[in-house]
Design a protein around this ligand. Structure first.
Ligand code: FES
Length: 167
């Protein structure tokens, strides 16, 4: 007979310690996972978003292209919808943000019948040239931002915004 017999007290101590440790791990792991979850997420910054706009259908006339993407803000994921005014400038594709640089309203191409070749912001009469450069003596103090553009399988992709390169 072995001399290493487990006493009743030792058996209870081991059992309680084991079960307690298992339960503590079961509670702590989800909390730990929740705390570091944003760190584990892959960043989408700089990624291009594929739009439903065929590049072959673009012309020199600006068209409004709507697109959406998933935005991750810490633990909160949301679907964001956005838009761009897109046209061809020779072989170059130009994509402009529709957000007015005065107070943030949305601009429209040819929105003012007196200036059909410009972007127009109806909120306070802001106007922009086709390049997105603001017309002097109208409320906007800066040009419309541009989007990075690319192409995938014939469809337009839009990337990050950057300061207007025509200004
Ligand atoms: S918000 Fe566009 S002109 Fe004021």
């Amino acid at each position: 007979m072995s001399n290493n017999r487990v006493t009743r007290r030792q058996f209870l101590t081991y059992t309680i310690t084991g079960v307690g440790g298992f339960m503590a791990a079961g509670m702590l792991m989800p909390m730990l996972r929740f705390a570091i979850d944003p760190v584990l997420q892959t960043k989408a910054e700089g990624d291009f978003v594929v739009t439903g706009q065929k590049v072959s259908e673009l012309s020199e006339e600006p068209v409004k292209v709507d697109f959406s993407y998933e935005q991750v803000d810490a633990w909160y994921k949301s679907e964001v919808t956005d838009a761009a005014w897109v046209y061809k400038n020779g072989d170059e594709i130009v994509a402009l943000s529709p957000v007015c640089k005065h107070l943030g309203c949305t601009v429209n191409w040819a929105g003012d019948s007196e200036h059909p070749e410009q972007f127009y912001c109806a909120c306070h009469g802001g106007r922009y040239e086709k390049t997105g450069v603001n017309v002097p003596h109208t409320p906007p103090t800066g040009p419309l931002d541009q989007y990075e553009v690319s192409e995938k399988d014939g469809y337009l992709m839009l990337g990050k915004k950057f300061a207007n390169s025509f200004a």
